[in-house]
Design a protein around this ligand. Structure first.
Ligand code: URA
Length: 193
């Protein structure tokens, strides 16, 4: 099956998903968007208010920062893929629970299997924790490992080569100096393409 058809099938199954209770409170699932043959795939945390309303990832304040960062290295949204650990918004933007992450991440894994990106950039702590665990990497403080390139070996059906941890773009909305740190990490990301 081709990537478009596989993603369409996955989208339908996410729309109908009731593996956790979040389908009851969300407006729209936020599946992800971008190129299905992207070399770089970003994984954020979960949809917030605007993402839930629009059904698209990173379209609020943090999304504006992400767009600026992409632009700073000459990348466009349609050249990368943007997904989240959770597809449905936790009420009030609370943190995802362990049970929700367990229930939802098979969808993310299916996206990785379809897109097969070479590089995953983790945005924020939940994405870092989940993907480092999945690929058998030792987690450390984000202040120590952001912008570093971690080489990973293929696991069942997913041929990712590198994971680059990054701060969540939202940090730059309350600490503008963090934008510079993120910009430097985006340069590293771009140098790995
Ligand atoms: N924050 C995230 O982690 N993901 C989004 O899609 C929006 C905000």
């Amino acid at each position: 099956m081709d990537r478009e058809a596989e993603m369409e099938r996955l989208e339908k199954s996410i729309q109908a998903c009731k593996r956790c209770a979040l389908w009851q409170t969300r407006t729209n699932p936020v599946i992800g968007e971008g190129s299905l043959s992207a070399g770089i795939l970003f994984v954020g945390e979960a949809p917030g208010y605007y993402e839930d309303v629009k059904g698209r990832p990173f379209v609020g304040k943090a999304g504006k920062v992400l767009d600026e960062l992409l632009e700073s290295v000459g990348l466009q949204r349609n050249e990368v893929y943007i997904a989240n650990v959770l597809k449905c918004r936790p009420p009030g933007n609370r943190n995802p629970t362990t049970e929700e992450i367990q229930a939802c991440t098979p969808h993310l894994e299916a996206q990785l299997e379809i897109i097969q990106p070479e590089i995953i950039a983790t945005l924020g702590n939940f994405s870092l924790a989940y993907l480092f665990d999945k690929f058998g990497l030792m987690k450390d403080k984000i202040s120590k490992i952001h912008g570093k390139v971690f080489t990973v070996s293929t696991i069942a059906g997913i041929k990712i080569k590198k994971i680059i941890p990054m701060y969540h773009p939202a940090v730059a909305t309350y600490n503008p100096r963090m934008k510079e740190v993120l910009r430097e990490d985006f340069k590293v990301l771009c140098s790995q393409k």
